[in-house]
Design a protein around this ligand. Sequence first.
Ligand code: A3P
Length: 289
Amino acid sequence: NLEELSKALIECQQIISDLPKETSWLLSQNLHKYQDFWCYPNFLEGIILAQKYFIPQPTDIIICTLPKSGTTWLKALCFTIFRRSQHSGGSSINPLLTNMPHDIVPFIEFLYCKGRDSQNPLLSTHVPYASLPESIVKCSTCKIIYMCRDPKDVFVSLWHFNNKSLDTDVLSWEEAFDKFCTGLSAGGPFWDNILGYWKASLENPEKILFLKYEDLQNDTLFYVKRIAEFMGCPFSVEEERQGIVQNIVNFCSFESLSNLEVNKRNKVGNEIPFKVENNAFFRKGKIGD
Ligand code: A3P
């Protein structure tokens, strides 16, 4: 209901304007501190609304990451794993051939303005575990897949993303590094975000799968099978024999995804409120750059 939404948005604006804020790497935007983590205001509105109103479907799987930890890759893998029978059976082509992963697996942060496809159980978010909508944490059947990455690579990736892709002035490398180390980055402090999910995954391994970008790079085949099992759609012996796991690994590889026309040229349309070229999400895809 539009009237209710605009009222709720006004309340959010009030909450956001009362929060502590700091200059961020992007000089045009402050980071706001909400529930002990840092966030850009355009993400925060949707988080506050989701905390209040979001009701998951029982089969939902939430992909949680800090920005630049391999979110785009993990979205492509999970979606292709989940929808594989439709694609390999030929009843439809993989929508990732013509849509970038962020347009297929929406952020919870933007559901209030974009909605969701009820046939797709995959959603994503950058918020820390402690700030997930309670409805997700309490849902006994929803699952969470978290992926972290070496902080040095996250910092390098983030710096290039901010510097090259967003149309705004940014801090110098040294200043940005100082901010990152003191915890000031979207979704940060970095270690708090990772530790929240790590501890929760130890307490509830059936609900939360904790992954590392580096492990996924080093043995993608193994982790694709692990993810499929965790999602409740393990590969059959027949599928393995047909090479379907390897096909998924290949299709979602950096070389393959980054060379799709949609990921080379277009801009993330439906998802991200700031316009970013799709190719900004595919830089090098390496460990230790
Ligand atoms: P680099 O900047 O180090 O290359 P996110 O999706 O969370 O924004 O993370 C982006 C990072 O993941 C970028 O890292 C990007 O190149 C890398 N990436 C994107 N697609 C990938 C893929 N298919 N395989 C491995 N890494 C990928």
